[in-house]
Design a protein around this ligand. Structure first.
Ligand SMILES: Nc1ncnc2c1ncn2[C@@H]1O[C@H](COP(=O)(O)OP(=O)(O)OP(=O)(O)O)[C@@H](O)[C@H]1O
Ligand SMILES: [Mg+2]
Length: 360
């Protein structure tokens, strides 16, 4: 699963337009895509035609960690939009979420952890960031393997980009996570010398890490957003749709494959590194709450150990595990039990049995 964040603290440079249309173009090419709207303004949510009244749970419910509140999984918030295209919608409460966290060090990796446990098999997750460099953007940059920085060619929009690059550098040094960063020229009007000048300036800041594709100014963008539909659906022959398809093809050529990530970042604990993803599932009629505990989480029952209720009586959780040998159990409404779908069981020192999983 590739995670791409669209980020630039400058407002109105095409983050949301690009996030929507990259996700929709990926879906049109047969890739399973999830768009996460991480901006409290909820423009991506509205841009896909989703109104407040249709939203039961948002990414806010998933990221919040207020004590005593019900735990939500990202799967609970996802709204299907089209074939291969889903949305995790935003909520205005996201704007205040930072103040809820007492442990700031852990809080910056919330989205990263949520996505590592995501059980739907997406090929791509596209994150639309707000126009600021706060907690939400930090979470997105921490989770992403690729960061696309839209740069509006019709103004001096490179101002401030150095702050974003410094934040990425901080993530590299502190969290040992190094996303690839690319500039994307947007709102391009090639008839003007100013656009040509700006391309030159972008090369100065980003070197070779600039897309060859660029997004031209076109009235179809506003029209499609007013209709709540991506360009490719609104008018697949428009120049806007063509620009985003070409860009998406370039993204597919550029983004590192899972194998490349393993080679360059062996210590990266993201899904796709040396870790293996395991899907645990448990079935029990009438169960209210199912946890999984084991050597991988110090056998502790917490919000983090909860399984997601996939459908009535079926519970599921995806874990990213380093190679090793793990004993584990399910905790079903307070009762500890082995995994019925795993025949590998061995006695524990307390006279009971544990399930055993070997990850190689
Ligand atoms: N290629 C384009 N052609 C014409 N208009 C565009 C294009 N891309 C974006 N716009 C318009 O420019 C405005 C800003 O775009 P968008 O919302 O995508 O930027 P943003 O970076 O997400 O803004 P914010 O920082 O507020 O989140 C919108 O009104 C959008 O319709
Ligand atoms: Mg936006």
């Amino acid at each position: 699963m590739q995670i791409i964040a669209l980020s630039n603290q400058k407002g109105g440079c095409g983050k949301t337009t690009s996030a929507i249309n990259i996700a929709a173009s990926l879906a049109s090419m047969g890739k399973r895509a999830l768009l996460i709207d991480l901006d409290p303004q909820a423009h991506a949510t509205f841009g896909l035609g989703i109104r407040n009244e249709k939203i039961e749970n948002s990414i806010y419910n998933v990221l919040t960690e207020q004590k005593g509140k019900k735990k939500y999984f990202i799967e609970d918030a996802i709204i299907p939009i089209d074939t291969h295209l889903d949305l995790a919608p935003s909520h205005i409460l996201l704007s205040t979420i930072e103040q809820e966290f007492t442990n700031k060090d852990e809080s910056v990796s919330r989205l990263h952890e949520v996505l590592a446990a995501l059980s739907f098999p997406y090929d791509f997750v596209v994150i639309d960031c707000p126009p600021s460099l706060g907690f939400l953007t930090f979470n997105a940059l921490r989770a992403a393997q690729t960061v696309i920085v839209p740069v509006e060619l019709s103004s001096f929009s490179l101002m401030g980009v150095s702050k974003l690059l410094s934040m990425i550098e901080l993530i590299r040094v502190k969290l040992r996570h190094t996303p690839k960063v690319y500039a994307l020229p947007t709102l391009v009007d090639m008839r003007t010398n100013f656009s040509k000048y700006m391309i030159h300036e972008i090369r100065g800041a980003f070197g070779e890490n600039i897309f060859n594709s660029f997004i031209r100014q076109t009235v179809a963008v506003k029209e499609s957003q007013a209709k709540g539909t991506p360009l490719i659906k609104y008018n697949s022959r428009s120049k806007g749709a063509a620009d985003y398809l070409m860009l998406t093809q370039e993204i597919l050529n550029k983004v590192p494959s899972v194998e490349e990530i393993m080679k360059t970042q062996p210590s990266n604990r993201l899904a796709g590194s040396a870790n293996r993803l395991y899907d645990f599932s448990f079935k029990k009629e009438g169960a209210k709450e199912v946890h999984i505990v084991g050597d991988f989480n110090n056998w502790s029952v917490s919000n983090q150990s909860l399984l997601w209720q996939k459908e009535k009586d079926i519970w599921q959780k995806r874990l990213s595990l380093e190679p090793g040998r793990y004993r584990y159990k399910f905790v079903v409404d307070g009762e500890w039990t082995t995994d019925p779908s795993n025949h590998s069981i061995e006695p524990n020192p307390y006279g009971g049995l544990d399930s055993v999983l070997e990850v190689d």
